[in-house]
Design a protein around this ligand. Structure first.
Ligand code: PEP
Length: 248
């Protein structure tokens, strides 16, 4: 993943069995036809080893990794395990991890730093709940900036770190943030990144995620400061992912 080339990333969440690996191959074919953008798939950990050899030209990633090397953390997965399985990246801080597993922004920063230390690229997710958005657009922006700054790892660098803005109320709901809402949030996040990281903040990719589909991708991907998309439901099949890749 380099510079601010567009990145179209799919997050399969807890979906996908070996029978679905044909979709990985089909998505790799789509990605192979585009040398001007990056494509990534964040898969269930159980599919990574089987998917990696099928996914030439697609960055394969896990959906979370623990902030320790190894140890008594039943059910968790380490960065080294992801690397050994064939992953080149991981998500951290997805709102479903924050909500259902109680992950704090400090946890997220530690996970990102640890994943980078193990050689993984990292896509770090932030985003506000509906309750916060209903306080007002500016309040939502302030809240997400605070969450982002608290989640940023030591040594954050665009060579390995990408930020995904995903309003929680837009994830899996079919309710997309409006282009003005996305543009305003991305401009605010960009300013915060530049204030914190200088040139590195200017060069860091900022993705939008939340009910992105073939119908709305072009409108979103052409907004200033939107450097790609993190896509859940519409990344599960090549047929639905194709128009999003085409819109980048
Ligand atoms: C996601 O899981 O990160 C996501 C954005 O999901 P969806 O596209 O289904 O809203």
């Amino acid at each position: 993943m380099t510079g601010r080339r567009k990145l179209i990333a799919g997050n399969w969440k807890m979906n996908g069995l070996k029978a679905h690996l044909s979709e990985v191959s089909a998505i790799a074919k789509l990605a192979g036809a585009r040398d001007d953008i990056d494509v990534a798939l964040f898969l269930p950990a159980t599919l990574i080893a089987a998917a990696a050899p099928l996914a030439d030209g697609v960055l394969i990633g896990g959906q979370d990794c623990h902030q320790a090397q190894s140890g008594a953390y039943t059910g968790d997965i380490s960065a080294a395990m992801l690397v050994e399985a064939g992953a080149g990246a991981t998500l951290v801080g997805h709102s479903e991890r924050r909500a259902y597993h109680g992950e704090t922004s400090a946890d997220v920063a530690a996970k990102a730093a640890f994943a980078h230390g193990a050689g993984l690229k990292v896509v770090l997710c932030v985003g506000e709940t509906l309750e916060t958005r209903e306080l007002g657009d500016e309040e939502a922006q302030d809240w997400v900036v605070d969450q982002l700054l608290a989640s940023l790892p030591e040594g954050a660098d665009p060579d390995w770190l990408t930020i995904a803005y995903e309003p929680v109320w837009a994830i899996g709901t079919g309710k997309v943030a409006t282009p003005p809402q996305i543009a305003a949030m991305h401009a605010t996040l960009r300013a915060a990144l530049v204030a914190r990281l200088g040139e590195k903040g200017a060069a860091m990719r900022l993705l939008y995620g939340g009910s992105v589909s073939g119908d709305n991708a072009a409108d979103i991907l052409h907004l200033p400061d939107v450097d790609g998309a993190l896509v859940g439901g519409a990344s599960l099949s090549a047929a639905k992912f194709a128009p999003i890749i085409a819109a980048a």
